[in-house]
Design a protein around this ligand. Structure first.
Ligand SMILES: *[C@@H]1O[C@H](CO)[C@@H](O)[C@H](O)[C@H]1NC(C)=O
Ligand SMILES: *[C@@H]1O[C@H](CO)[C@@H](O)[C@H](O)[C@H]1NC(C)=O
Ligand SMILES: *[C@@H]1O[C@H](CO)[C@@H](O)[C@H](O)[C@H]1NC(C)=O
Ligand SMILES: *[C@@H]1O[C@H](CO)[C@@H](O)[C@H](O)[C@H]1NC(C)=O
Ligand SMILES: *[C@@H]1O[C@H](CO)[C@@H](O)[C@H](O)[C@H]1NC(C)=O
Length: 522
């Protein structure tokens, strides 16, 4: 494979934009082309492109940030809001009195694989990588999902208590993966972050001795019935996990009732899973997990149900949330993005929201490269960046309050993964060269995560005519408006934005591009 270095062109660009760079704190992407439809940005221990910390221009001007297949990466510009319409093309009108859900945050997962990859870099490059996600100069990640013990993105099979029959959890102990890798990295991420991280815990499998199949993998569920000793012990296992992490000053915002409960109901499922029917999950929360958490030293930890694909909605939510005994302990419904194309968002997310508006919807897992027909890492794939942006916009437009990517970093084969379930990640590490590549999907995340702070509220947008553009608009807690626009289409359209509070913003979204527009309203 030929690795084409475009740096000569870029060095000129860096040189030309040096003045701008100094003013805004932004630095240019060192682009590398690996033969796919776009480029990655290469970072090392001393250099990584960054848009810097973003502040909006005064009233009467707007900021725009553009990423595109052609190679722009969060390219910033500012211009005047216009008093008059150009009258050309589509008009997107901001409708601030149509108010929807408030954003919680965006992030990724600190799997064993992610930790192994980050720590495979030199200390300087590790620091650059963590800064890219979590520091004020980075892309504003505030959510980190933390697998409880092993999953497929581990190098071995383990739980925190593999001592058969240990119902008191006397032998419960965090793994070396937690103590030596994930916890120190989470502490570093927290130290870089301007606000407390929202940590989210999910377990893949219970210890084998609690399960019907006596193994971490394959088809199996907890022995006995909700209210019985295995179900009670499994709830206590969650509490112990929260207590052990708290000793390291890492407290969890939320936990899920378990990763992909439907996987554990499939014959010969190839990696760690724990099967639940929605009825079993409902009764476990009502009888065991809810009361145990309530009585624990972490009673304010949110409980999110499902943690599985949205095609299980709204049925799953109906079974669990219609029950007041379970429902009173639950805060939200967690969804994964796999096979989203099979089920329209309206009949899964939309219906669930309208039936249970007091429970929020939250995206807890997504990655590209999982499909056997399009497997593993694809360095520089803009197509995959569009898949992310499309899914995020659809989710946001259907009441989802946050979106969590999967592994924060993977190696060039998309692992390590003990069952070779290799996938892609927004950050791909090359430990040998001590560099990491920021994929187009990294910038896809950034177009949302850097701009949509916690508490940003989605508002209405009305289009003057039918369009292939995809968009979502928000008012942030500081009163500014953020509009994100994705152009995946090949049809010719121009557009302008009208915010009655400030005026007209004439704009173009180049072919295959993602645009964030932001402006102050007072
Ligand atoms: C890091 O990358 C920058 C920009 O490409 C380059 O100038 C610098 O020499 C690299 N540093 C190391 C340690 O390789
Ligand atoms: C479990 O804990 C007990 C008491 O602390 C200890 O004696 C025993 O060796 C442990 N067993 C295992 C398998 O770690
Ligand atoms: C614990 O973390 C919080 C932020 O989440 C921080 O403010 C505090 O200083 C930390 N305490 C210790 C002892 O590290
Ligand atoms: C499951 O695995 C067993 C043992 O390898 C095999 O005999 C059986 O056919 C498999 N079942 C299915 C449904 O694949
Ligand atoms: C979207 O991209 C297409 C090309 O793929 C381009 O023709 C069109 O003008 C773009 N749309 C907007 C609104 O700029």
């Amino acid at each position: 494979m030929a690795f084409l270095l475009l740096s000569s062109v870029l060095l000129v660009l860096v040189f030309l934009t040096a003045e701008v760079t100094l003013c805004t704190g932004s630095t240019e992407c060192v682009a590398r082309n690996f033969g796919h439809d776009s480029v990655v940005c290469e970072c090392n221990s001393t250099y990584c492109d960054s848009v810097g910390s973003v502040s909006l221009p005064p009233l009467g001007q707007y900021s725009s940030y553009l990423s595109s297949m052609a190679g722009s990466r969060l390219k910033g510009a500012q211009a005047q809001v216009q008093v008059k319409s150009t009258g050309a093309g589509i008009r997107l009108t901001i409708v601030p009195y149509q108010k929807y859900q408030k954003i919680r945050g965006f992030g990724g997962a600190m799997t064993d694989a992610a930790a192994i990859n980050i720590l495979s870099l030199s200390a300087g490059a590790q620091d650059q990588l963590l800064r890219q996600y979590f520091s004020p100069d980075g892309i504003g990640y505030s959510v980190v999902r933390v697998p409880m013990a092993s999953c497929d993105f581990s190098t071995r099979l383990y739980t925190y208590d593999d001592t058969p029959g240990d119902y008191n959890l006397d032998n419960f102990t965090l793994a070396p993966e937690d103590i030596n890798m994930k916890i120190p990295l989470l502490q570093r991420a927290q130290a870089l972050s301007p606000r407390p991280l929202s940590l989210l815990a999910s377990a893949w499998s219970a210890p084998a001795w609690m399960k019907t199949n006596g193994a971490l993998v394959g088809k199996g569920s907890l022995k006995g019935q909700p209210g019985g000793k295995e179900y009670k012990t499994w709830a206590q296992y969650y509490i112990r996990f929260l207590e052990e992490y708290a000793k390291y000053n890492l407290t969890f915002w939320a936990l899920t009732t378990g990763n992909e409960p439907s996987a554990g109901r499939m014959t010969n499922y190839s990696f760690q899973a724990l099967g639940f029917t929605p009825e079993e999950q409902r009764d476990w929360v009502a009888l065991d997990l809810g009361p145990a958490l309530h009585a624990s030293s972490h009673p304010h930890t949110h409980i999110l149900i499902l943690d599985d694909n949205r095609l299980l909605l709204p049925h799953w939510a109906k079974v669990v949330l219609n029950d007041v005994h379970a429902g009173r302990y639950i805060h939200g419904v967690a969804v994964h993005w796999y096979m989203d194309f099979l089920v329209p968002a309206e009949i899964s997310l939309g219906v669930t929201h309208h039936l249970y508006p007091e429970y929020y919807l939250f995206g807890t897992e997504a990655c590209s490269g999982w499909n056997p027909l399009d497997r593993g890492v694809k360095l520089g794939s803009w197509d995959r960046a569009e898949q992310y942006a499309h899914d995020i916009i659809v989710d946001l437009n259907h009441y989802v309050v946050g979106w969590t990517d999967w592994n924060l970093a993977l190696d060039q084969t998309g692992g390590p993964n003990w069952v070779k379930n290799f996938v892609d990640s927004p950050v791909i590490v090359d430990a040998q060269r001590d560099v990491f590549y920021k994929q187009p999907s990294f910038y896809s995340m950034a177009h949302f995560s850097k701009f949509l702070w916690e508490g940003s509220q989605r508002v209405g947008v009305s289009a003057s005519q039918k369009t292939d553009l995809e968009y979502s608009a928000f008012i942030r807690p500081d009163g500014s408006v953020v509009l994100i626009i994705l152009n995946r289409s090949s049809s010719e359209v121009q557009f302008e934005v009208w915010d009655p509070a400030v005026g007209y913003i004439p704009s173009t979204a180049p072919a295959h591009s993602l645009l964030t527009l932001a402006w102050n309203t007072h």
